[in-house]
Design a binder for this molecule. Sequence first.
Ligand code: GLY
Length: 380
Amino acid sequence: MTAPLKHSADITVDVALGDRAYDIVIGRGVLDTLGTRVAALRPGARTAIVTDRTVAKHWLEQTERSLAEAGIPTSRVIVEEGEVSKTYAGLEKVSEALIAAKIERNDLVIALGGGVVGDLAGFAAAILRRGVDFVQVPTSLLAQVDSSVGGKTGINSPQGKNLLGAFHQPVLVIADTSVLDTLSPRQFRAGYAEVAKYGVLGDEAFFTWLEANHADIFSGGAAREHAIATSCRAKAAIVSRDERENGERALLNLGHTFGHALEAATGFSDRLFHGEGVSVGMVLAAELSAKLGLISEADATRVERHLASVGLPTHLQDIAGFAQEGLADADTLMALMAQDKKVKRGKLTFILLQAIGRAVVANDVEPALVRDFLQQKLSG
Ligand code: GLY
């Protein structure tokens, strides 16, 4: 589909999980409907909004107003922005604040923010009084298409990213696409890597559509809602078939085995945002697939070209500070990958491509081959 799209009414995507099914509501201005939706879903509930300082500046008042207009009591918990909050200390702060706000079993926690806030607030909700329901109000593109959907919640350990957590599905996701207008171009691009991921892993037609329509997604045209809805539908379908990642859900980790190692090698700092790590990681996965003879070099180049065309980093050398500080050697990157959750009995799992739009889980890739491949990539 390449014809320009028109802005449409809100789009609702259903995450079909039986009695834990929930809606993802996508559209410009849907944040104003939060109060009425929460009132219908959980009459009489109190709510606590967990957010960070930057998001609070832009969106907290509007969120509180929507809830107040529907007669819903709210309290607020504001954390520091960034991974510094996805820690034991951040979890303690949020948990104690929720207890102090008297959030009980039938009440709701509302996660207003990007991936960090969603993961942290979701995990705090999962363990508070052995489980309180929560609503995701994702305010970054990455959170709207990935982290707010599917119920993965958690915090980091000093020993690795997302090593502590729980599957805890939200009861509602409100993805207001107009809130993305305040994101920096770099943050928006980082989220776009996860949008492109859905095309690369399972939907060649969507990837082709993205190649033709990405400018409209970035400028806030109707293609934005279409891209977010298509991404959420793809994720919802996979999550409803494999909620606990016993199989197919692992495909959503395309680009993440390499990406997480690169994030760790750059100290989880501003040198590399998560989505940027996924972009470089996805290109490495495509190139490794080509090296193994699974796809053609032309397909790997096509993935690289599209991500580069929107300004995403696609090579190790594109990572900020590579020329000055370097990155890590191939052995260190291998060790970092071995620390990832995707390790099973010491074996690394990679998501590889058999075609654009057809990803597979590979548990049997020879570590020495991956090490040599990384060595070669590091030397450009
Ligand atoms: N972000 C990968 C997943 O939710 O499974």
